[in-house]
Design a binder for this molecule. Sequence first.
Ligand code: C5P
Length: 233
Amino acid sequence: MNPLERIFVALDTTDIDRATALSRSLFGHVGGIKIGKEFFTANGPAGVHEVVHEGQPLFLDLKFHDIPNTVAGALQAVASINPKILNVHASGGAVMMRAAAKVVAEMENKPLLVAVTVLTSLADDDLVELGINVTAAEYVLTLAKLAQESGLGGVVCSPLEISAIREACGPDFKLIVPGVRPSWALKSDQKRVLTPKQAVSRGADYLVIGRPITGDEDPVAAARKICEEIALA
Ligand code: C5P
C-alpha cells in the first residue's frame, strides 16, 4: 500500500462548509476521510454526500452498538453512502457482529467492517466498575479475537495495542490506528501516541489523523510530510 492510501483524515466538526473545504483541498493528498458521529448526527447522509468527493474513500465511523437486527438495519441504511470502512462495537457480541458481517458482505462494494474493542478512554479501573475483571489490554485481545471469529476484517486500536493484536490475529487482520502524532505536531489531548512511521512499522494498516493535518495552516503540506515519514517505515 502506498503511504498516501494509509491516511484517513478525521473531519471532527459539525460545520459542513469547513468539512467540505478540507475534504476538497486534501483530495488526492490522503487516502480518504473519516466522518464520525459528530458530523453525521448534525448533517446526516446528505451532508456526507456533499463533503465526500466522487471516488474519495470514506471511513464512516459510527460505532454501531445495538441488538443484531438494529445494527444490521443501520448498516443497510448507510450502504447507499458507499463507505470503504464501517465499524461496530465488538462488545455488542458475536451474534451482532455476525449479523453485521453478513449485511456488509452483501453490499455492492463490500466495505471493510471493523470492530471497536475497548474505548481508549477506559482504563482498568473503569472496566472493574463495569464488572469486567480483566485488564484493558487483555479485554482488547479477547474482543479482537471474537471480532475476527465473527467474520470482521479488523479493529480500530490504539498505537500501543498494534503489536499484541497483530500477533494474536495474524497479518491479514486490518488495524486502523488513531492517536498518531508526527514528532513536529502537538499531542493535544492524545496521551499514548506513536509517530506515523512507528505505527506503520509496528503493523498498522491505516492511520486516522485529525488535528495534525486539519489544524495545520497548510493541511496539504502536513499530509505530504506525513506521507514522506510513512515511506521510511
Ligand atoms: O485530531 P486527532 O488526530 O486526535 O483525531 C483522532 C481521531 O480518531 C478522532 O476522530 C477521534 O475521535 C478518533 N479516535 C481516537 N482515539 C480512539 C478512537 C478514535 O482518537 N481510541
